[in-house]
Ligand binder design. Structure first.
Ligand code: FES
Ligand code: FES
Length: 206
């Protein structure tokens, strides 16, 4: 395949389409008082005019039953209500990939998915990568290859890479670039991230 064709494959537009992002809905979601950490926030005031739904979702392997406001995005649920703050918010919204999590094993922008859409599904966040206190091989490889600089994009890069290796255990460098194309790095450390994912794949990271 020619280089030009490969470049076509690595398209942010294609990635964004694949995330199932509902940018209009997410943009319209009002900012919530409940965005403060739970430990410092006053008791949440339930607005009866806001529709709420109880969802069942498996988060990092644990089944949860949670009542959510229908307007909450998935990243609001994770960060503001479950204190899973490893998932970052780097834009407003749907541009940077810092909020990437796995939804049924597929990388998605959690800022652009509603929490209610996770009903009956499984979500994996960066907190779910390490097992029994041992870092995932991808995490170790990121460290060994100096992937994180400021680190703000790192959890999103990790989850995008995890999703890639789950569906393609032996990616080429172009495959990795395509898999991470929806994840921006303001430190521009892209080559180190690609090397880290390739090294993890060679070591059998899954
Ligand atoms: S915070 Fe979700 S794409 Fe930037
Ligand atoms: S390491 Fe700083 S934004 Fe990626």
């Amino acid at each position: 395949m020619s280089k030009n064709k490969n470049r076509k494959k690595i398209s942010r537009r294609k990635f964004l389409k694949g995330t199932g992002a509902a940018f209009a809905v997410a943009t319209a979601a009002p900012k919530l008082e409940a965005q403060r950490p739970a430990s410092t926030a006053p008791a949440a005031v339930v607005d009866p005019s806001v529709p709420r739904t109880t969802i069942r979702v498996v988060i990092n392997g644990a089944e949860r039953r949670i009542e959510v406001e229908d307007r909450w995005t998935l990243v609001e649920l994770l960060r503001d209500h479950l204190q899973l703050t490893g998932t970052k918010i780097g834009c407003d919204p749907g541009e940077c990939g810092a909020c990437t999590v796995l939804l049924d094993g597929k990388p998605v922008y959690s800022c652009s998915n509603l929490a209610v859409w996770a009903d009956g599904r499984s979500v994996q966040t960066v907190e779910g990568l390490a097992e029994n206190g041992r870092l995932d091989p991808l995490q170790r490889s990121f460290i060994e290859h100096d992937g994180p600089q400021c680190g703000f994009c790192t959890s999103g890069q990790l989850m995008a890479a995890k999703g890639l290796l789950t569906r393609n255990a032996h990616p080429t460098a172009d495959d990795v670039r395509a898999g991470l194309t929806g994840n921006l790095c303001r430190c521009s450390n892209y080559n180190h991230y690609v090397e880290a994912v390739l090294a993890a794949a060679k070591g059998g990271a899954r």
